[in-house]
Design a protein around this ligand. Structure first.
Ligand code: SF4
Ligand code: SF4
Length: 645
């Protein structure tokens, strides 16, 4: 047998009259999808806010090639990896057949034919394994996070139908004359052997081949026609969505957009409905009504019905208000989303829609009033801001005095008893260091963080500009704060408004000074400790190591990690105004968190945020007496261990 004979007749056994129909249907399926995609793209151009960026292309290639993000969930990641590469192999096989049949090129014979057949069959097998894994997690292991609407599994079933009909088609073709070289088509050859073994004659095999060819063509066309559908469309958009994911720190909010940007629109189409966001959401964990996936799917539906210019105020009508107010802005959904969707920014934009409508909960209204009239969210007279420091003789800056190091106390550090003890510990440390620093006293005002995260962008900008002007009038060189929310606002959000100040969180400040020997500390205590990463410090701004180094420098007891820590930490329940809004669920976020801390056997629960401290203290009530821990801020821990000079 010559090499030229090692091949097969393409579209053999298919009646000639059927071929134009076949091409017509495939073309129509492709064309209808293409028209919808082009239409969506054209509609979206009006909402474009971001320029194209070629630098992200490599990142997308890496993302698709290695699946590193998807593999964070090992089982689902492997299932997707198999499906993706299996699909690529099958698509390459179909393209080879198309080129051989419909162009003057002639290469599908001999050794190439054999190895291509083997490659495509193995690819098809891997493809089926991936699809079966997806079906397993849906129907056998029944993972909670999977969406249970009827249409969600259609993609998997349809792809499985394409793969199985393709193999049966191949098997029935080979079964007619069983050429030995077709053994390279390992799966098709095995099916052919089984058909022959079970007594299938040539005529029957030819008949089956023709019927299977029609079936395979129908399911394949259906697949292409359904590509613009929800979930199917992730196959087109997920790479692009990942490429356009936020590069800003997770805790940084975008300024409000009057309409959805084209990135928002593309990202709602990219949602795979996987539910990873729901799985990590603290609001979901305690039975509050928010499910981040529903936010994305709801916005997609709003866009489908009202067009891409649908306003935020129009979108909010799709959700109950408690859904929108349950978010703690912890950023876990954004971090875990395998296609890089910015769920948390969308939720804040929905809140902005509610503020625009004037329909906000009483707690939000009170917070806005307090922040506007009294310059703090605690609704306290701002002249009481220094009450915590009575008798300490703190160095309050004079008007216009240049400040080298500004200790920014923050509202929780000024008004909340748990926060005030952190401020006092900070003062002890600063005095011990004997370095020149200043505070602003009663001229300090809320950074605007809670108001911004509750949707009051105008109020945030008002407070922000006043603070920026005040700091500029003192030529502040560096800001030191023990509050991760203030830290985030100074570091990430004020620069956009013209306030670029160097800022350090106290964990970084303490770490730096301890490491350099400028802040001598003595290790002490023998009880185990654990550290709760504040969302706005760890996940939000990537600082997870400095606090741990500080603990290790001063604590004699073992430092133990909770199951979720570092960037994967679980929220305390305070952020995004949740401490004031207090949406009811079946449990409380802080209770779940302290339970996790208690499971480590730690006797001290350390954190680096005054809001976290309040919540973790409150959560202690949910523990058994013998599980309760001392809750301390890093500053309190260090202040107890200063080496006398
Ligand atoms: S930011 Fe946190 S609380 Fe808000 S939806 Fe995402 S995971 Fe849930
Ligand atoms: S938003 Fe992201 S994590 Fe959530 S369901 Fe969609 S793809 Fe999955």
């Amino acid at each position: 047998m010559s090499s030229a004979d090692v091949t097969r007749e393409i579209l053999g056994n298919v009646p000639g009259w059927l071929v134009p129909w076949f091409y017509g249907v495939i073309f129509a399926a492709y064309a209808s999808s293409a028209v919808i995609f082009v239409q969506r793209f054209r509609e979206r151009r009006g909402a474009t806010t971001a320029p194209s960026d070629r630098a992200r292309v490599l990142d997308v290639i890496k993302y698709l090639t290695f699946h590193q993000k998807l593999l964070e969930d090992r089982f689902a990641g492997i299932a997707h990896l198999c499906t993706f590469y299996g699909f690529v192999a099958l698509f390459m096989g179909t393209s080879i057949v198309f080129l051989e049949h419909s162009t003057p090129l002639h290469f599908f014979y001999g050794a190439f034919y054999l190895w291509a057949s083997l490659f495509v069959d193995l690819g098809g097998l891997v493809f089926i394994v991936g699809l079966l894994m997806f079906l397993w997690q849906r129907y056998v292991s029944k993972r909670d996070r999977l969406l249970s609407r009827w249409w969600v599994a259609t993609l998997t079933w349809l792809l499985l139908a394409i793969a199985i009909s393709g193999f049966l088609l191949e098997g029935s073709r080979i079964a007619v004359d069983m050429p030995a070289f077709e053994s390279f088509s390992v799966v098709g050859y095995a099916i052919a052997g089984a058909l022959r073994f079970s007594g299938v004659e040539n005529e029957t095999a030819l008949l089956w081949h023709r019927a299977l060819w029609v079936g395979h063509a129908v399911v394949s066309s259906l697949f292409f026609a359904l590509l613009p559908w929800p979930l199917f469309s992730h196959m087109v958009y997920s790479g692009a969505s990942w490429g356009r994911r936020r590069t800003r720190p997770l805790a940084e909010l975008r300024t409000s957009a009057p309409v959805l940007t084209w990135i928002d629109l593309m990202q709602t189409d990219a949602c795979t409905t996987c539910g990873r966001c729901n799985e990590v959401c603290p609001a979901q964990a305690v039975g509050q009504p928010l499910a981040p996936r529903d936010i994305v799917l709801g916005i997609r539906q709003a866009v489908t019905e009202a067009g891409p210019s649908v306003s935020y105020a129009d979108q909010v009508g799709r959700f109950s208000h408690d859904v929108i107010w349950s978010c703690t802005t912890c950023g876990a959904c954004n971090q875990t989303c395998p296609v890089g969707i910015d769920v948390y920014d969308e939720i804040i934009d929905l809140r902005r829609g509610l503020v625009e409508q004037g329909t906000v909960p009483e707690a939000a209204e009170e917070l806005f009033e307090g922040t506007a009239a009294e310059f703090n969210p605690f609704h306290r007279d701002n002249d009481e801001r220094m009450d915590w420091a009575q008798g300490l003789g703190l160095p309050v800056a004079r008007d216009g005095e240049a400040i080298e190091l500004l200790y920014w106390v923050g509202c929780a550090g000024s008004f909340d008893p748990d926060g005030q003890s952190v401020s006092r510990a900070m003062v002890t440390i600063l005095d011990h260091l004997d370095i020149p620093y200043r505070i602003l006293g009663c001229r300090e005002r809320c950074t605007g963080d809670p108001a911004r995260r509750m949707g009051e962008e105008g109020l945030f900008q008002e407070r922000a500009r006043e603070n920026i002007d005040l700091l500029a009038s003192h030529s502040v060189r560096k800001v030191l704060t023990h509050c991760p929310h203030c830290y985030n606002t100074f570091k990430n959000e004020y620069p956009e408004l013209g306030g670029a100040f160097e800022v350090e969180h106290h964990s970084q400040f303490l770490d730096r000074l301890i490491a350099s020997g400028k802040l001598p500390v003595t290790e002490g205590g023998s009880q185990p400790l654990t550290f709760h990463d504040p969302c706005y410090l760890g996940r939000g701004n990537g600082e997870t190591e400095a606090p741990r180094r500080v603990i290790d420098a001063v604590a004699g007891g073992e430092r133990r990690e909770m199951a979720r820590h570092g960037r994967e930490s679980f929220c305390c329940g305070a952020g995004g105004g949740a401490m004031w809004l207090d949406v009811q669920g079946k449990d409380r976020v802080e209770n779940l968190r302290v339970k996790e801390a208690a499971e480590t056997g730690a006797r001290t629960l350390v954190t680096g945020c005054p809001f976290c401290k309040v919540m973790l203290e409150s959560g202690q009530q949910s523990l058994e007496d013998d599980q309760r821990m001392q809750v301390k801020d890093l500053a309190e821990l260090v202040a107890e261990r200063l080496t006398p000079r």
